[in-house]
Design a protein. Sequence first.
Lengths: 183, 186
Amino acid sequence: MAYIDLQNDLPGIRGPMAFRPETAKPLNELAEILLHQQHDSLSCGEREMIGAYVSSLNDCFFCQNVHGAMAGHYFECDASLIDSIKHDYQSAPISDKLKALLAIAGSVQKGGQYVTPRQVEHAKKMDATDRDIHDTVLIAAAFCMFNRYVDGLNTWAPQDPQVYADRAAMRAADGYANLNAFK
Amino acid sequence: MPYIKVDENLPGIRALLAFSPETAEPLGVLTNLLLRSNDGLSMAERELIAAHVSYLNDCFYCHQSHGEIAVCYLNGDRQLVEQVKKDYSNAPVPDKLKSLLAIAASVQQGGKNVMPQQVEQARALGATDKEIHDTVLIAAAFCMFNRYVDGLAATTPPDLATYPPRASQVAEHGYGNHVFAASQPV
């Protein structure tokens, strides 16, 4: 049971968002810009994957499943590929640029100071732009917030992976801005 | 030196917000909602939570900045603010705030580190659901801000004298794009 009376039965982050819609609005606007909006050099799938990867490092079941399913939807791939990226991205069939950015995201998850100049240089060598690096760090940082929000209030999460897969297409179409927690 | 090319005349997070004004917008709205409210927790209490979490995350720019903003709200009591940042259980602050700082410290480690007993303790000391919610979200948000600042190696002004003018600016005008759009306070 959640640590506070959310006055609703919604799963994961949707519970606290319905409890306090005023703070939900900028949180969803941030997610929209970071994950869903058109981007010159990072696809939606890549950005969702960064979020899912950080959420798995933070051991946040709800978030890694929501965003893992989003990445799977955009990549049009099996859940097993998403899992293999989460567990061992260096060996996964993804671009060297995405691997370099996931390394940075992994460092951000531990703490900002863990990102090294070498990691950043390597990412730039793999064609990451300043915008790519900025967004990777901010996505990773934002998920360190979202994961703590979801687990810090002890929200509940559906256990069946299919629930998340079923919702991904809707979220990809609707995006995060003006998200209706009850939908 | 920052990992990306930003305006070198802007300190800390301000340079990052100027680099990405689009994301700066919701970040500013969120921060005003969380820190510029006296509904339940006071503005001083909110800034103390932010400063303590930033201290635990070892983000100097953030804990110094938000500590100085708390100083504005607490009649210049810098000693109190420093003690809350570093050792709140022995600070002369109410037990209810201490119980919420304990929750915030757990959030800093990870969401699952928050224990039911900590929440019960806060509730027993008079914390409402909204205050507990806001404590968790402030702590979580600062786990984001601290990583944003240090993850991009944003410039930390070494001169401590520059922090109070920026703090006064925020204490008067709140958060938002004015913190990077206007010339920096001295």
